[in-house]
Ligand binder design. Structure first.
Ligand SMILES: *Cc1c(COP(=O)(O)O)cnc(C)c1O
Length: 339
């Protein structure tokens, strides 16, 4: 950690504490034995229960900004089982905002998993079939306009809170990881996460760069591909640098690994679900089917293939998402029964 100027700026950012921090870091003894390499995990699924997972770290900054601007209603969007939308609705309820979620669907959804919790939390919900030509962002803008015309103060948080402001969440997490390395007396040669809307990766990458840690930051894509994330994360990183009053990053030396999104975003294959069951049996850890199940599967297989041979010790960030298992209970039962 050798950038006190950036640390000071980070400490001066508006922030509303929502996450239980620091989250635990420990070694996965049994998986490490299987792979012949030290695999560690950071439990960002422990940031909370209703406000669980990686999005809460970002929302601490996004919602602080909303409050500063005098907002009274938070608008955000995501898939029907969005962990981010659910965490936003929970934070809104706690902090006295209303919430309005735009959730993308292709058919009538059942009230289950995150979508059920959104309803319990009292979020207003607009379901949107994007194949009809309106994007989530356009719909959020339209809804915000309606509120403004009614004299309300809406604040739009983009999908995944993955923008320059939300990015401060994982920039801060890098400091937390560096402190934990010191306490534990270890260094992680690589830090690996799922890449979904790109914010978690961008924050880890930028923190690693600004604080001069020299770790390898690896994102395993669970939708789209490397080229897409190169662009998206490039934009987010430069937005954050601009908020810090720093020059854009000329390098954008990102590392993404494709090949593990399987059949597509939020669609599960039997081998992915079997892997989730394997990790559950081996380590007592429940991964989610949309992000961490695929990303940790990727890390596991790439480690076995030798991709991480130069890394003695690898840290995987468990970004949460377990409510997403429940809408897949039938498919999981089939896999467990070996059908
Ligand atoms: C959103 C999400 C991710 C992906 O993080 P991004 O910052 O969107 O790339 C990973 N895991 C879980 C559980 C998530 O909800």
């Amino acid at each position: 950690m050798n950038n006190p100027a950036i640390e000071q700026k980070l400490d001066r950012m508006d922030r509303i504490p929502l996450a239980n921090l620091p989250t635990p870091v420990y070694r996965l003894g049994n998986i490490s034995k299987e792979l012949g390499r030290e695999i560690w995990i950071k439990r960002d699924d422990f940031t909370g229960a209703e406000m669980s997972g990686n999005k809460v770290r970002k929302l601490e900054f996004s919602i602080a900004q909303a409050k500063k601007e005098g907002a009274d209603i938070l608008i955000t969007a995501g898939g029907i089982q969005s962990n981010h939308a659910r965490a936003t609705a929970a934070a809104a309820a706690r902090l006295g905002f209303e919430s309005h979620l735009v959730l993308s669907v292709s058919s009538a959804p059942k009230a289950e998993g995150n979508y059920l919790i959104d309803q319990l939390l009292g979020a207003r919900i607009t379901l949107l079939d994007e194949s009809e030509g309106v994007t989530l962002s356009a719909k959020m803008e339209e809804i915000a306009l309606g509120y403004r015309e009614a004299g309300r103060k809406p604040y739009i948080i983009p999908v995944g809170a993955s923008n320059g402001i939300g990015n401060f969440g994982y920039l801060n997490a890098v400091r937390e990881i560096a402190r934990q390395e010191e306490e534990l007396g270890v260094t992680f040669d690589a830090i690996v996460c799922a890449a979904g809307s790109g914010g978690t990766y961008s924050g880890l990458y930028l923190g690693n760069r600004l604080f001069g840690l020299g770790r390898r930051i690896v994102g395993i894509t669970v939708c789209d591909n490397k080229e897409y994330f190169q662009k998206v994360c490039g934009t987010i990183v430069d937005q954050t640098l601009s908020l810090l009053g720093e020059a854009p990053d000329e390098e954008k030396a990102f590392t993404f690994i494709d090949g593990y999104k399987g059949l597509g975003y939020a669609i599960s294959k039997p081998d992915e679900l079997s892997f989730i069951a394997h990790v559950a049996k081996t380590e007592g850890i429940i991964l989610d089917p949309v992000y961490t199940g695929k990303a940790f599967y990727g890390l596991y297989r790439e480690t076995a293939k030798g991709t991480f041979d130069s890394c003695e010790r690898i840290l995987f960030i468990h970004t949460g998402g377990q409510y997403g298992l429940f809408p897949k209970q039938d498919q999981i039962s089939e896999v467990l029964a070996g059908v």
